[in-house]
Design a protein around this ligand. Structure first.
Ligand SMILES: [Zn+2]
Ligand SMILES: [Zn+2]
Length: 129
């Protein structure tokens, strides 16, 4: 497995590793200062919620609740209860990190649309073990 474009996920137990249900997500993506910000502000552990799932049957309020739940930082592994690890800047960050400041898929690092080979911005950080 290449691992490219994969955000770090919790690795405390098999369930967390296999489902990748909780992944790191950089803050401020799509904003003009994202290139600097993703090096200063650590990314956040978030539960991956598929917004399309049950999308048709949800009311607007339910959809909003779901969206906000997805934005709430995860502090413990939902499977085994291990506290989500703190983060520190990686000593050897990847040479090329994908930075998107248009809110979409255009990578300002390599000037390609989505699917480029740069590492995700979350990989500038690593869990403190
Ligand atoms: Zn776990
Ligand atoms: Zn790129």
């Amino acid at each position: 497995m290449s691992g490219k474009r994969q955000r770090p996920s919790l690795t405390c137990c098999d369930a967390a590793r296999i489902t990748r249900a909780v992944t790191l997500e950089a803050e401020g993506q799509g904003q003009s200062d994202f290139a600097e910000r993703c090096r200063i502000d650590p990314p956040v552990w978030r539960l991956y919620l598929d917004a399309r799932e049950f999308g048709e049957s949800l009311t607007t309020a339910e959809r909003q609740t779901r969206f906000e739940a997805g934005r709430t930082p995860v502090r413990f592994c939902p499977f085994c209860g291990t506290p989500a690890p703190a983060l520190r800047p990686r000593k050897k960050p990847p040479a090329k990190v994908s930075i998107s400041i248009d809110g979409g898929y255009y990578c300002s690092t390599c000037h390609k649309d989505h699917g480029c080979r740069c590492a995700p911005p979350e990989s500038l950080w690593e869990p403190v073990s």
